[in-house]
Design a protein around this ligand. Structure first.
Ligand code: PMV
Length: 331
C-alpha cells in the first residue's frame, strides 16, 4: 500500500498567524493565498507490516522529532479512517523539496499537503478536496491551502472538531496572469518555528488582538481584488496585512524578528519601483525572504531590479500552480 504525491507551496496574501486550537491547528481567523508552480514537494508514503514504527525521511535524512510528530497526526487520522488491517500498520514517509526548507518559503505547507494526499492515496481513501484539506491542516495549518491550486481561501470554520476549517477555491490558477518573485535573502531554517512564534505572539504581544481584528476586512478586500484582478487593490491589502503581522511579531517578548537587512532593502526597492511606475507588491512570512507579486507583463524588469538589491542571493520566479495530486511513480 503506497502512493506518491506532489504539492506546491502557497504564499499567504492575507496571513494566518494565531490558533484557536493548537492540537487541531484551527486558526483564529481565515487567510487567503496563492499556490505556486515551479517549486514542489514530492512525498512517498508506504504502509507496511514490516515497519516497526512510523518513519519520516526529509531530503534523505531522518526528520526532526517535531516534524515526525506532525506527520503522525496525519497518518493516525488516515489509519483511523481506513480501519481494518491498515489501522495497525506503520508508515514510511519520504519527502523531498526542490527549494530551501524552513526559510519562510512554506515548505511545511507543500510537504504536509503532499503527505496528506499520498497517505490517503496509499490507504485507498477517496476523500473530497475539503476532507483532504482538513487532513493536511493537521500537519501544519497553511498546508490545508496547498491542497488546492490558484487563489485559495482557508475558512476559519466554527466547529470545535475542525471539520469546517478547510480551504476553498477563490479563483483557478489561470484566472490571472500574475508572477510571484521570491527574493531569497537567506537560506536555511528559521530560528523560531511558526507554532512557537504564534504562541509567543498570542501570550505577549499587545498587537496580537488588533492584528487579528483587522483580518476579516482584509480578507473581504483581498477576495474581491482577486476576483476583479485588481493588482493595486490586492497589493495595498497584502502589504498592510503582512506589516501588521510583523508589527505584532516585533512587539512580542522576546521579540520575533524574522526580517533581515536584506528584507528591508527589498521592501525599499519595491517602493522605489512603484514610484517609477511599476506595479509590484511585497509580502513576507516567518522568515527573511520577500515575495513580490506582479503581473507577467512587468515581471522581467522587477525581477532584474530585485536581483540587484544588495543582500539578495537569488530570485525565484513562480507562476500560479495547481493543487496537491497523486502521481504515477513511473511517469
Ligand atoms: O502553517 P504554519 O504553521 O507553517 O504557519 C504559516 C504562517 C505564515 O506562513 C507566516 C502565514 C501563512 O498564512 O502562511
Amino acid at each position: 500500500m503506497e502512493a506518491l504525491a506532489v504539492a506546491h507551496p502557497n504564499i499567504a496574501l492575507v496571513k494566518y498567524w494565531g490558533k484557536r486550537d493548537s492540537a487541531l491547528n484551527l486558526p483564529r481567523e481565515g487567510s487567503l493565498s496563492l499556490t505556486l508552480a515551479g517549486m514542489e514537494s514530492v512525498t512517498h508514503v508506504a504502509f507496511d507490516g514490516a515497519f516497526a514504527a512510523d518513519e519520516l525521511v526529509l531530503g534523505g535524512n531522518p526528520a526532526p522529532e517535531a516534524s515526525l510528530r506532525k506527520a503522525r497526526r496525519i497518518l493516525d487520522e488516515v489509519r483511523r479512517r481506513a480501519g481494518g488491517r491498515l489501522a495497525a500498520l506503520h508508515a514510511r514517509v519520504e519527502s523531498r523539496n526542490d527549494f530551501p526548507t524552513g526559510a519562510g518559503l512554506a515548505s511545511s505547507a507543500s510537504g504536509f499537503a503532499a503527505l496528506a494526499c499520498a497517505a490517503a492515496g496509499a490507504a485507498g481513501l477517496d476523500l473530497s478536496p475539503a476532507e483532504l484539506s482538513v487532513l493536511a491542516r493537521l500537519g501544519s495549518g497553511s498546508a490545508c491551502r496547498s491542497v488546492l491550486g490558484g487563489f485559495v481561501e482557508w475558512k476559519r470554520g466554527e466547529r470545535a472538531d475542525g471539520t469546517d476549517s478547510h480551504a476553498i477555491a477563490v479563483a483557478p490558477r489561470d484566472h490571472w496572469d500574475v508572477v510571484m518573485l521570491v527574493a531569497v535573502v537567506a537560506e536555511g531554517p528559521k530560528g523560531v518555528s511558526s507554532t512557537e512564534g504564534m504562541e509567543r505572539t498570542r501570550r505577549t504581544s499587545p498587537y496580537y488582538e488588533p492584528f487579528l481584528g483587522s483580518i476579516p476586512a482584509d480578507l473581504d478586500a483581498a477576495r474581491a481584488a482577486v476576483v476583479a484582478r485588481d493588482l493595486d487593490a490586492l497589493g495595498v491589502v497584502m502589504e498592510r496585512n503582512c506589516l501588521r503581522m510583523h508589527a505584532a511579531m516585533l512587539a512580542a517578548e522576546p521579540a520575533l524578528i524574522y526580517l533581515r537587512g536584506g528584507s528591508l532593502a527589498v521592501i525599499e526597492r519595491v517602493g522605489q519601483l512603484r514610484s517609477a511606475g511599476a506595479r509590484a507588491y511585497f509580502t513576507i512570512d516567518a522568515g527573511p525572504n520577500v515575495k513580490v507579486l506582479c503581473e507577467r507583463a512587468g515581471a522581467d524588469a522587477v525581477e532584474s531590479a530585485l536581483a540587484a538589491v544588495p543582500g539578495v542571493a537569488r530570485v525565484i520566479r513562480a507562476l500560479p500552480g495547481g493543487g496537491a495530486r497523486v502521481v504515477d511513480p513511473l511517469a
